[in-house]
Design a protein around this ligand. Structure first.
Ligand SMILES: [Zn+2]
Length: 292
């Protein structure tokens, strides 16, 4: 838990802004740590599938997630069938975050089944070592641990703090943390719950890696040494020609970046000096400002 948490002292996290982002209403006290923690049932060792687990602003604060055992990951699928051994697992310091959609329908009644289907597709069908994404988010706003990062209870990272190398941006995976919203988001925007959870996950990751959420990064592939200028919080299509993460989700990224920046207490880039063409609802301003 501590591994993905961000400290208000180190990151300059604005407690008030983070609480607003978390939707914490009356009585919600955000602790000094703010990260991904297992759902209560999982933490208690219940082992049950916890579909529909939601963001729970609580006494400890943070984004609860469903571990691999919780959504029913069959760990034998990580075995290389030719060698009979598990695929090698690589780790690298985190540099950037990439947002995806899974582009396939979600079983809202049993979203864990949808996570298993993605896992099966990536391993059994495509022959990958594991599920490609680090984290997945369903329509109810529940977070699922994706690619396995070790025996501890912290998703994404191994004990030394490096991120497990996923498989979500071809040729640029090491140090690139992949977060996927489940569903086809080409025309349908994320549910409010999924959007809010995504903001919280991006906040936790950006805070941990001290990223400027509205800025650019020079991503360096640790294997090839190749460099790319890329938004610290990118969409898959920023890297390559793909519809991912879908027009409807991609259009929300500027607003998400600004939300994270506000929560981290970072200065915002100046707004374009173009007035909106028509009256807009409060809250839509940031999206309009970033629209092409
Ligand atoms: Zn993608």
């Amino acid at each position: 838990m501590a591994d993905l948490s961000i400290s208000s002292n180190r990151s300059g996290l604005s407690r008030r802004a983070a609480l607003r982002l978390a939707g914490a209403g009356t009585g919600g006290m955000l602790a000094a740590t703010f990260g991904l923690v297992p759902t209560r049932a999982e933490a208690a060792g219940a082992g049950a599938v916890v579909g529909g687990a939601a963001v729970v602003p609580s006494g400890v604060g943070g984004v609860h997630y469903v571990p691999r055992a919780g959504w029913g990951a069959d760990e034998s699928w990580r075995i290389n069938r030719r060698t009979g051994q598990p695929w090698p697992v690589e780790f690298a310091p985190g540099q950037v975050i990439t947002v995806h959609h899974t582009a396939i329908p979600v079983n809202d009644a049993d979203p864990a089944a949808s996570v298993r289907a993605i896992y099966r597709g990536h391993t059994k069908d495509r022959g990958w070592a594991d599920i490609g994404y680090h984290l997945l988010i369903d329509n109810a706003g529940a977070v699922y641990e994706g690619r396995r990062s070790g025996a501890d209870t912290v998703p994404v990272y191994e004990a030394d703090g490096r991120a497990v190398t996923g498989a979500h941006v071809q040729g640029n995976n090491a140090g690139n943390i992949g977060v996927a919203l489940m569903g086809d988001l080409r025309t349908r925007p994320p549910t409010p719950q999924a959007r809010r959870t995504l903001a919280l996950v991006l906040l936790a990751l950006a805070g941990r890696h001290q990223l400027d959420p509205t800025g650019m990064a020079t991503y360096t592939n640790p294997s090839s040494g190749a460099r790319r200028q890329i938004p610290t919080i990118s969409g898959h299509r920023d890297w390559m020609g793909t519809a991912c993460p879908g027009d409807a989700l991609f259009a929300l990224l500027p607003g998400l970046r600004r939300d994270v920046a506000v929560a981290l207490g970072r200065p915002l880039p100046p707004q374009p000096l173009v007035p909106p063409r028509s009256p807009v609802a409060p809250g839509a301003q940031s999206l309009l400002a970033a629209a092409p």
